[in-house]
Write a protein that binds this ligand. Structure first.
Ligand code: NA7
Length: 536
């Protein structure tokens, strides 16, 4: 960036992204009288839900929980219809919040932030966008989302493909009609698992290319009875307060018992009971499923057996039953008729675990020397998670230090909120925070509130700058790693570890120490005068 003369506008704070994090942060900053501009690449609010419009896109946190908890008025004024809200309903909710809080007037849509640079002499960030904006602000807050940088794998020949192709994370707004088409879906994470049954309903022929089978639990989604919804509204504020004091930050009840201390029949009965409830309540059947290999194996065996009971062809069932990672160490999926879909005569599972897609031809895909001819390809291949959206922006801190260089060997943050060398820059749900491992809206509110309190503190004390200290950052990175290593999570090749992106450093990114523990640590840091931060 060259000089300051081209700067057209100045704000107290810039927020990057108008998903649920950016929306709430904007509200908080404005409430305190700061001037704010939000830049958003899409043309509406909603973040990940704005982009992920693929068939079957649905939240896997129950809708009554997947909402802001800071305003009883907002809670009372909104009525969810299904147990797990589908993408269009979540977009309507985001629009409702934007309307109620009058957010849109401070959001500049269709604008992608390309660069952000810190000027030490003025303690300001200069932010540039692809629309030619160049603005300055004392604070730059990255609300860029954990799953927003979608990734199409580099398979040779895609350019030559004659049909249409789409990534689930950048789905056309007008939808895609697969009626009468031969379709390839690549990827069997949440997006594949949710979309495959619906694409199969339309397509004439469906090939699913599976590199890694995933564990999936039945969602048992259904409309919610009006009196149930009213009951939730009545009790929501108290319940939200209660769950914020727990490590899971979820309403789901944990059975605080080891899977190994009950006899096999009782365990089977308990698994069955929780399975029938649908959703993630199954994975909290016992308290050591994610820490103890034997407890995990018993749980996984139960699920593998369910897959074998559902899928009629035993060879296909074997391919679909995951054996290469402990259950829950890759993001668990919730599905509606996923495994049943493989019983349909026009659906074929293609195992590419050992024989990757060689190339794409004008007419299809080649695996193991065989061409699968298709009219459409769906890439359900996921995201450059947690760091991708940040690193796609050219972020430069003190002395021109580039975030891309700093994070070359993996993300380093203090509390997932701040980065040494990058003063006055905050992240919401950054790597090193609980983010995707808990109800992300609770994580967003906790982070935004912490950031707001911090900015208040600086302003009240006439301070211009806050920066994480390198020592504190080192200690935090170590703590995050130790916590992860005490669980089974690192045993899977997952996007939590960045292992879905070729060449990405293998570092466990989210904080597994629990929401309540994390929140307590953040509060202690403040109580000790922002311990680990330098202020000036
Ligand atoms: P995920 O969970 O990252 O799933 C991506 C899937 O695509 C996964 O099965 C990958 O296999 C597969 N993949 C990725 N690259 C390739 C290539 N090159 N060839 C074949 N298969 C590939 O992304 P989703 O969008 O489904 O879900 C993301 C999150 O959104 C989800 O966890 C929820 O939190 C919501 P792999 O497992 O890497 O072998």
């Amino acid at each position: 960036m060259d000089g300051q003369e081209a700067v057209v506008e100045r704000f107290d704070a810039i927020v990057v992204g108008a998903g649920f994090a950016g929306m709430y942060m904007l509200h908080r900053l404005r409430e305190r009288g700061l001037s704010v501009r939000v830049f958003e690449a899409g043309n509406d609010v909603g973040g990940t839900w704005y982009w992920n419009r693929y068939p079957g896109a649905r939240c896997d946190v129950e809708s009554v929980e997947y909402q802001y908890g800071f305003s009883e008025e907002l809670v009372r004024g909104w009525t969810w219809t299904e147990r797990y809200a589908a993408q269009p309903e979540i977009m309507r909710y985001a629009a409702y919040v934007a309307r109620q809080l009058d957010l849109r007037r401070d959001i500049q849509f269709n604008t992608r932030v390309t660069a952000a640079a810190y000027d030490e002499s003025s303690n300001n960030w200069t932010i540039e966008t692809d629309q030619g904006d160049r603005v300055t602000a004392q604070f730059c807050i990255m609300a860029t989302g954990c799953l927003s940088a979608s990734r199409v794998p580099e398979i040779p020949g895609l350019d030559s493909f004659k049909g249409d192709w789409h990534h689930t994370g950048a789905w056309p707004h007008e939808g895609v009609d697969f009626t009468g088409k031969r379709v390839a879906v690549i990827g069997t994470g949440s997006s594949g698992v949710q979309s495959i049954p619906l694409i199969a309903e339309q397509a004439e022929r469906l090939f699913v290319f599976q590199r890694t089978p995933n564990f999936s639990l039945p969602a048992l989604n259904a409309p919610m009875a009006p009196d149930y919804v009213e009951h939730w509204k009545e009790h929501f504020m108290a319940e939200r307060k209660r769950v914020r004091a727990t490590n899971s930050a979820a309403f789901i009840p944990l059975n605080d018992q080891s899977a190994l201390e009950v006899d096999p029949e009782e365990r089977q009965r308990h698994f069955e009971e929780r399975w029938k409830k649908g959703g993630f309540v199954f994975i909290t059947s016992y308290n050591n499923i994610l820490d103890n290999l034997e407890a995990n194996r018993l749980t996984a065996d139960f699920v593998r057996e369910k897959i074998r009971q559902t899928v009629k062809d035993p060879k296909v069932a074997d391919l679909l039953a995951p054996t290469n990672h402990p259950i829950g160490t890759k993001r668990l999926c919730l599905d509606t008729n996923y495994f049943e879909t493989y019983n349909l005569p026009h659906v074929t599972l293609v195992d590419i675990a050992n024989t990757p897609i060689e190339r794409i031809t004008p007419d299809g895909l080649i695996v193991d020397g065989h061409e699968y001819q298709v009219d459409s390809i769906v890439f359900a291949t996921g995201f450059d998670a947690m760091t991708g959206a940040l690193l796609r922006i050219d972020i430069r801190g003190k002395d021109g230090l580039s975030l891309r260089d700093k994070w070359e060997a993996g993300p380093r943050t203090y509390l997932g909120l701040a980065i040494a060398g990058f003063p006055n820059l905050f992240m919401i749900t950054g790597p090193g925070s609980p983010s995707v491992l808990v109800n992300v809206i609770i994580a967003i509110e906790q982070h935004s509130d912490w950031i707001m309190d911090c900015i208040d503190h600086l302003r009240a004390n006439g301070l211009n700058e806050i920066e994480a200290e390198p020592d504190a950052e080192d200690r935090w990175v170590k703590h995050v790693n130790e916590k992860a290593d005490s669980t089974l999570y690192p045993l899977a090749n997952s996007w939590y570890l960045g292992s879905n992106v070729p060449g990405k450093p293998r570092v466990f990114m989210p904080y597994v120490g629990g929401f309540a523990n994390y929140d307590k640590i953040c509060k202690e840091v403040v109580a000790k005068g922002y311990e680990g931060f330098r202020m000036g």
